[in-house]
Design a protein around this ligand. Structure first.
Ligand SMILES: [Zn+2]
Length: 141
């Protein structure tokens, strides 16, 4: 191997390293952008993608409403602390954003036996809601 060949080999290696570095940077920036977009706050101006007509049951985080003892850890199925507004569903993907009339905009964070259940921190609020029949639930995202 001559000095010239060795030198050309080094140059090629450097070019390959630069290309790999560039591709890694590119994929990282795309990932960052996707992450940023997913963290954007929920606004009421989002377009409705579809409407589901369904019964909506309410539940609280305690044993009165959660029959499975393993689920009584004060957290939703997505591991967030069980508080605020949230939806439990047996068929909608976690992270789906819904607008439930009388409840508001909430994200599917939990699993449950029904199509849509709305979460209340207090059992009495869940009892007040009970089961609402044929609610027009809007799927926002
Ligand atoms: Zn309850």
């Amino acid at each position: 191997m001559t000095t010239k060949q060795w030198f050309q080999g080094v140059i090629k290696l450097i070019i390959v390293i630069i290309i790999i570095w560039f591709l890694l940077e590119l994929s990282l920036s795309v990932r960052k952008r996707i992450l940023k977009a997913s963290k954007q706050p929920i606004t009421m101006t989002m377009t409705i993608t579809r409407t589901i007509t369904t019964d909506v049951r309410a539940y609280c985080p305690k044993e009165c409403c959660v029959p499975n003892p393993e689920c009584l850890d004060g957290r939703f199925a997505n591991n967030e602390i069980a508080q605020g507004r949230a939806i439990a569903s047996n068929s909608l993907l976690r992270g789906t954003v819904l607008r439930v009339p009388g409840y508001g905009v909430a994200i599917v964070k939990d699993h449950g036996p029904n199509l849509i259940e709305v979460f209340f921190e207090k059992h009495e609020d869940a009892v007040n809601w009970g089961v609402k029949r044929d609610v027009q639930v809007e799927v926002l995202r």
